[in-house]
Design a binder for this molecule. Structure first.
Ligand code: COS
Length: 374
């Protein structure tokens, strides 16, 4: 057993940390304020190869692995959780199902431009009436010769409106089926854009299918096997969110640690007060535990071992850790923490979603408890 990161992982961490500090951090607060996605940042990530970290070079990737991808999401989220989730949804939710279930042609046509960052990916499962009960979807897919006609809508789509490709699940006669939808597809449109508490520079929209004509060749995997594709995709996606949560928590700890050493009360830095230093110790310990679970799940996936339970656990622990750590960070900053003059209120707002999306914490417990008895 070896807990040291390889040279390659270390190098990717340094590169992403440097990029995040120089190119992402300076505008994180203003993009949050303006709810503005910055395409330029995505293009720059693409130039560094970050948009295709785990995919082989023949599909436009850099041929690295899921741990390197998690490290990248973590380092981005340490300064901007919105940028972290843009990459996570693009890679885990859109790229992965094509890599795992796509035909060679689909991989060349869709995964490659996504890995190169020429196209952005998104994933559509949730509907207004089916969130945790993902199988209860109402969007339908009716066969019409060489096409399927999709009707319905999906909500809370990360990268909605900025994505070129959407992995979408709809109920066909044979059962739930996965489709690759191009944004230009006839009958496809973008609906309401959500105004959110956090991750505000990551756009979240509704997507609408109004007699949307999708070529049958855009079915992903077997017709009728879409629910399993959706679930397996989330198995990996959840670990990407765990990495995002670790990054958010680390960013909040970094800020709180610095502030606690600079801020003086009663004649000495507040870190000299055990009430503060013990908080910091608990925060650092919870982050380290979350990071280890997250890296372990990524390693299991890379090794081809089952990783669904590990990912549910990492997302559960890291999401709760992010919420605890960011709340404590605001507390350490006191009144200043509650203002927009410091980043910790943004971290706290951003942390909350990690307990909700890609399966609520309650769903993670359901998944874990079912696996315990298997
Ligand atoms: N990998 C592969 N197959 C899976 C799977 C997984 N991780 N999870 C479930 N399946 C399969 C089951 O094996 C079952 O197959 P069979 O019918 O062949 O036995 C089928 O899918 C149905 O599974 P199950 O009976 O467990 O489905 P449920 O309706 O009970 O619900 C939960 C499963 C609740 C776990 C699922 O709906 C879920 O994850 N909900 C949360 C959705 C979510 O995370 N949404 C966020 C969207 S992205 S922001």
């Amino acid at each position: 057993m070896n807990f040291m990161l390889s040279e390659e992982h270390d190098m990717i961490r340094k590169m992403v940390r440097d990029f995040a500090r120089k190119e992402v951090a300076p505008t994180a607060a203003i993009r949050d304020e303006e709810e503005r996605f910055d395409e330029d940042i995505f293009r720059k990530m693409a130039e560094l190869g970050l948009t295709g970290i785990p995919w082989p070079e023949k599909y436009g990737g850099i041929g690295s692995d899921y741990l390197a991808y998690c490290i990248a999401v973590e380092e981005l989220s340490r300064v901007c959780a919105s940028t972290g989730v843009t990459l996570s949804a693009h890679t885990s939710l859109a790229g992965w199902p094509i890599y795992a279930f796509g035909t060679e042609e689909q991989k060349m046509r869709y995964l490659k431009p996504m890995a190169l960052g020429e196209k952005i990916g998104a994933y559509g499962l949730t509907e207004s009436g089916s969130g945790s009960d993902a199988g209860g979807m109402k969007t339908t897919a009716r066969r019409d010769g060489e096409h399927f006609i999709l009707n319905g809508s999906k909500i809370f789509i990360t990268n909605g409106g900025i994505a070129d490709l959407y992995i979408v699940f709809a109920a066909a006669e044979e059962g739930v089926t996965a489709f690759i939808i191009e944004k230009e597809c006839e009958g496809f449109s973008i609906g309401k854009k959500e105004r959110k508490m956090g991750i505000r520079s990551s756009p979240t929209t509704e997507i609408i299918f109004d007699h949307c004509r999708v070529p049958a060749e855009n079915v992903l995997g077997e017709i009728g096997s879409g629910f399993k594709i959706a679930m397996k995709t989330l198995d990996g996606g959840r670990n990407g969110i765990a990495a995002q949560a670790v990054g958010i928590a680390q960013g909040a700890l970094d800020a709180a640690l610095q502030y606690a050493q600079e801020r003086k009360q009663f004649g000495k830095p507040i870190i000299a007060n055990q009430g503060i230093s013990f908080k910091l110790a608990d925060m650092a310990t919870a982050i380290e535990a979350s990071r280890l679970l997250t890296y372990q799940a990524a390693w299991l996936e890379t090794e081809g071992e089952p990783y669904g339970k590990a990912s549910a656990m990492s997302k559960l622990l890291a999401g709760d850790t992010a919420m605890m750590v960011t709340t404590e960070a605001v507390q350490i900053f006191g009144g200043y923490g509650y203002t927009k003059d410091y980043p910790v209120e943004r971290y706290m707002r951003d942390a909350k979603i990690t307990q909700i999306y890609e399966g609520t914490q309650e769903i993670q417990r359901l998944v874990i408890s079912r696996m315990l008895t298997k």
